[in-house]
Ligand binder design. Sequence first.
Ligand SMILES: NC(=O)c1ccc[n+]([C@@H]2O[C@H](COP(=O)([O-])OP(=O)(O)OC[C@H]3O[C@@H](n4cnc5c(N)ncnc54)[C@H](OP(=O)(O)O)[C@@H]3O)[C@@H](O)[C@H]2O)c1
Length: 307
Amino acid sequence: LPGWHRRVVTWTGTWPSAGDFARATAVILWHRRPDSLCERALAACPRLDWVHSLWTGLEHLPITALLERGVSVTSGRGTVSGPLSEWAVMAVLWGIHAVPVTQRKWGSRRWEPTSHRDLRSATIVVAGLGSVGGAIARSLRRLGGRVVGVRRRARPSASCTAVVPLSGLPEACRSAAALVVALPSSASTRGAIGAPVLAALPDGAVVVIVGRGSTVDEDALLREVASGRLVAAVDAWWEEPLPPSSPWWDLSGVLPSPHSAAITPELRERQASRAAQNVERYLTGRTLVAAVGRRDLAEMAVRSQAR
Ligand SMILES: NC(=O)c1ccc[n+]([C@@H]2O[C@H](COP(=O)([O-])OP(=O)(O)OC[C@H]3O[C@@H](n4cnc5c(N)ncnc54)[C@H](OP(=O)(O)O)[C@@H]3O)[C@@H](O)[C@H]2O)c1
């Protein structure tokens, strides 16, 4: 794209100058603290009209201010669904093949056969059927599992035998061997997986969290896992990093990942390609990829204010 590099100021470890900020109309949040870069850009770029985040979850950004200023927002939505769905499938299999039960017995030197489940005769509920949940549902379906999806609009999906709204979760969970949570954090999803949903799951079921921890009632899940009734695989936590005093460190029946299940050597390349693709589209006046709608931003903004 002729001359485009002259119009892009790169991040070099120190803040761009006040003049660069004043001229900027767009910011790529390529920074360890995307929220602080975004806040600074909002304050210092009077002409700001587009912000791109490398990541998918956006609730940490100053959403209300972005909405008020009418700034377009795009994200890395879809750049991690491959590796993250693999991790989620691995976690479902870890649960239904009773690996934590076998490990517990093995740890006390007991040679005692464990009863496994067969994915082909299991029902798995996948809450959230977007880029992440949709990829998980497709993989589980390919392996022969029966998938019940949860989304806002109960549109049918080729990977799911049924699709229900959040209100249908307790009923859907009653016969599920696994519940995979791939929901974003918003006013309508916070705490959506509460004690009644968890209580509806049969004994021995696995809860896999790859969306946001805030969508699950942490205390209710802790009680279920501590009692040994359910097991849990968690990549997205309620507080990150997990505080040293957290009971999750010492619990058995937990498959932990410090929010790194999607991090592979190819991730930066995929994120950079998405950003470059959108920069090119922006400079040539074309529609941006992975634009986040105002309705979704507004739901996140309610959540940010409530915090
Ligand atoms: N662990 C990680 O490293 C990691 C990586 C990437 C993303 N994430 C998290 O995963 C979340 C999902 O990512 P994504 O790319 O799949 O998002 P997405 O494509 O926007 O999909 C979100 C899904 O959630 C559903 N949903 C939203 N609100 C709902 C509600 N109130 N009731 C029922 N369903 C609802 C949507 O339903 P509709 O289909 O009806 O719109 C959609 O199916 C992100 O927001 C992020 O927080 C985590």
